[in-house]
Design a binder for this molecule. Structure first.
Ligand SMILES: [Fe+2]
Length: 310
């Protein structure tokens, strides 16, 4: 595809210092203005200060100027008014209030493989007379930012802009409920859910395996148990293990592993079992917490958006 990766996003929060301290605990690299990244670098989270939390912009990488021109053409054909920059094109999604930019960028650097612990299973005992190395694991930074989920008051409008205008591909969707879109070989880089006001619903950092997720999430949880939000479980969409934590701004931060990758669009369409409402949240794990549907700070966010509208 002409789009090849997520470059990152820009969000605003009321207290960037608190978020910076949280990211330091998570051992992310970088800072608010350069962007926070995982240990592999790559996609970055840039943080601004604002009276209430909001997602400002999402950046997507493409191969060359022809790709940028094609995005611009599709957006204009839909009646949008994109802005052409140097090697980039941007458009504001009126529904989510997020500025979507597609820019020419180098492909993502290949990730180095890691030595994973092979578990003992019945019929395949690989470890005897010693403990699993997994119990001696320690928290370490997540590898990379993989995706974000946007809460939008007009799910269909945001979905159509991203798919028909920007050129994201649909990996899974339950119409009117949830949409999983990709701009790379990741199962999804951008998820969409309905929200009464625009929000950054969650953003997600990829880890090596479930032990990496577990050790790293547990460290954050133990220093403040109120951070635990949802998990551990396995999603249907993306197939990944997950553990969600609250960040200090009110968004959810997901740590995940074992994600679906799509390198052949036709093969994915042939092979995939359709996502059903039953599995829209997960295939196993705790029930979806209500605050994943209606944000706990909805009143504050509604008041904030009302100020911007007046
Ligand atoms: Fe996620």
């Amino acid at each position: 595809m002409s789009l090849h990766r997520l470059l990152g996003f820009r969000a605003a929060v009321a207290d960037p210092t608190a978020l910076d301290a949280y990211y330091a605990e998570l051992r992310l690299s970088g800072n608010a203005s350069s962007g926070y990244t995982g240990s592999d670098g790559g996609a970055a989270v840039v943080i601004d200060e604002a009276p209430f939390r909001r997602l400002i912009a999402v950046d997507i990488g493409c191969h060359d100027d022809h790709d940028v021109a094609a995005v611009q053409q599709r957006l204009e054909a839909r009646g949008a008014s994109p802005t052409r920059g140097s090697a980039s094109v941007s458009v504001l999604d009126d529904a989510s209030r997020v500025l979507i930019t597609v820019r020419v960028a180098e492909p993502e650097a290949a990730s180095a493989p890691v030595d994973l612990v092979t578990p003992n299973t019945l019929g395949a005992i690989v470890r005897v007379d010693e403990r699993s190395p997994a119990v001696f694991g320690a928290p370490r930074p997540p590898r990379r930012l993989g995706h974000l989920v946007i809460g939008t008051p007009d799910l269909r409008a945001t979905r159509d802009l991203l798919v028909d205008g920007i050129g994201c591909k649909v990996s899974d969707e339950v119409d009117g409920i949830i949409h999983f879109l990709r701009c790379s070989t990741d199962h999804h880089n951008i998820g969409l859910v309905h929200s009464p006001v625009p929000i950054l619903q969650h953003y997600s950092w990829e880890c090596d395996d479930l032990d990496h997720v577990g050790h790293t999430a547990t460290a954050l949880y133990r220093s403040d148990p109120n951070r635990h939000a949802w998990g551990v479980g396995r999603h249907f969409a993306g197939s990944n293990f997950y553990w969600y934590l609250r960040d200090p701004s009110g968004s959810f931060l997901e740590l995940y592993s074992d994600f679906d990758r799509i390198t052949d669009d036709a093969a994915w369409e042939r092979n995939r079992a359709p996502l059903s409402l039953e599995h829209a949240a997960n295939v196993w794990g705790p029930n979806l917490p209500p605050e994943f549907v209606v944000p706990a700070d909805l009143a504050e966010l509604s008041a904030g958006w009302a100020t911007l509208a007046s």
